[in-house]
Design a protein around this ligand. Structure first.
Ligand code: G3H
Ligand code: 13P
Ligand code: NA
Ligand code: ZN
Length: 307
């Protein structure tokens, strides 16, 4: 059934996390939902503004409706990823999303509070939950020095004030992760001390980790072997994600790993079978690769299998 993430997070807190997977088309969605079915895992499907633009919201919603019908035992939350305005959040709430993110992390604190609270005030009476964000995710491609990067991390005291004043249901935090396939230049490092401080000040409050793909080297290597150019791609090691799930992180956002699984698979088929031109012959295996990857995440990294 279609549910909000409220019960999922309550049950998961401190023990495991729910995977929030970005979906942009039918094959990715089918790969993800099949994995959740087989793993008996709760699931968050997230749709970005870019996904809405690419596929049209109505197509994605009908596909998700079909997925929920096809997997009646899987609790599915439909979440707006990185909502950037009240209007967008309102639009998707009216269309049946069960959860929205309002990302005011680039705004000054007071404006972030105001915008986030406005969304909460619209969402809550309609049974929809809201994720806010405090702190900014800075990637290696943004060419900032370490001190600047750390200055963008979430302030634990501000996090408490933000949650109290907005009434958000979960909070995305910045502790060193970033979006995309190039997260670290040298050794991967997350600020677990900071995560601990935030969680200590917000007991039992669900935290969210964006930019949490691990950038599996098996896919990077396969893509590169068959003509890709992804040198230096590096993600968050799986043991760090595992650790975060025991420290109050209840939602782990994953998009890049799905993209890499799809791309590596298709590149290999194109290279090895250049005579092939039936899209099902490469989109099918790509869907299978997504399913295998998501099963691995649920079972071995997030710990949400069987929950
Ligand atoms: O946070 C970014 C997600 O990976 C979504 O990416 O905006 O390209 O759909 P997108
Ligand atoms: P990745 O780029 O690490 O997959 O992060 C995705 C994300 O945070 C979506 O909101
Ligand atoms: Na999100
Ligand atoms: Zn994100």
């Amino acid at each position: 059934p279609l549910v909000s993430s409220k019960e999922m997070f309550k049950k998961a807190y401190g023990k495991y996390a729910i995977g929030a997977f970005n979906v942009n088309n039918m094959e990715i969605l089918q790969g993800v939902i099949e994995a959740a079915k087989e793993e008996k895992a709760p699931l968050i499907l997230q749709i970005s503004a870019g996904a809405r633009k690419y596929a049209k919201q109505v197509y994605l919603m009908k596909l998700i409706e079909a997925a929920v019908e096809d997997a009646p035992d899987v609790p599915v939350c439909v979440h707006l990823d990185h909502g950037d305005s009240f209007e967008l959040c309102k639009t998707v709430i009216d269309a049946g999303f069960t959860s929205v993110m309002i990302d005011g992390s680039h705004l000054p604190f007071e404006e972030n509070v105001k915008l986030t609270k406005q969304v909460v005030d619209y969402a809550h009476p309609r049974g929809v939950v809201v994720e806010g964000e405090l702190g900014r995710l800075v990637g290696v491609e943004e060419h900032v020095v370490v001190s600047e990067k750390e200055a963008s991390y979430t302030d634990p005291d501000k996090a408490v004030e933000f949650v109290e004043r907005t009434g958000v249901d979960s909070l995305a935090i910045a502790i060193g992760t970033s979006h995309g396939a190039y997260k670290f230049k040298g050794e991967p490092k997350l600020d677990f001390e900071r995560l601990h401080e935030i969680a200590k000040r917000l007991p039992n409050f669900p935290l969210v980790l964006h930019g949490a793909s691990s950038v599996l080297q098996e896919f990077v290597q396969k893509a590169n072997q068959y003509g890709g150019k992804l040198s230096g791609a590096q993600g968050v090691p799986e043991d760090m994600i595992r650790k975060a799930t025991t420290m109050g992180v209840c939602k782990v956002n994953i998009d890049t790993d799905l993209r890499l699984a799809v791309t590596a698979t298709i590149r290999e088929i194109f290279a090895l079978h250049p005579e092939e031109f039936d899209p099902r012959k490469y989109l099918g295996p790509a869907r299978e690769a997504v399913k295998k990857l998501v099963k691995h995440k649920m079972r071995n990294v997030l710990g949400c299998s069987g929950q």
